[in-house]
Design a protein around this ligand. Structure first.
Ligand code: SF4
Ligand code: SF4
Length: 88
């Protein structure tokens, strides 16, 4: 399982400050942060601690198995950000 960020994310990076395993990218010090439409959670690293969902001011983070139907595509959108071909 993993948590998932959805399209209502406003890129304020609050969640990156609370994630204990740094699996939310891009962080503000990354070169692609300025052009990112939203942030993404690496499902291979997320430990389901819920800290990011608690901190998000716009409720844009959900457990993958409880994603609202309108955001269901974002499970794969988050995972795709961490696939090598998506970063080249
Ligand atoms: S805290 Fe919420 S709105 Fe802010 S970057 Fe994270 S997911 Fe997006
Ligand atoms: S649930 Fe915890 S480990 Fe997973 S992205 Fe959020 S803060 Fe990081």
């Amino acid at each position: 399982m993993s948590y998932v960020i959805v399209g209502s994310c406003v890129n304020d990076a609050v969640c990156t400050e609370v994630c204990p395993v740094n699996c939310i990218q891009p962080t503000p010090d990354a070169r692609d942060f300025a052009t990112a439409e939203m942030l993404y959670i690496n499902p291979a690293l997320c430990i389901d601690c819920h800290a990011c969902a608690e901190a998000c001011p716009v409720d844009a983070i959900y457990p993958a198995e409880r994603l609202p139907p309108e955001w269901s595509a974002y499970r794969e959108i988050n995972a795709a950000f961490f696939k090598p071909e998506a970063r080249s």
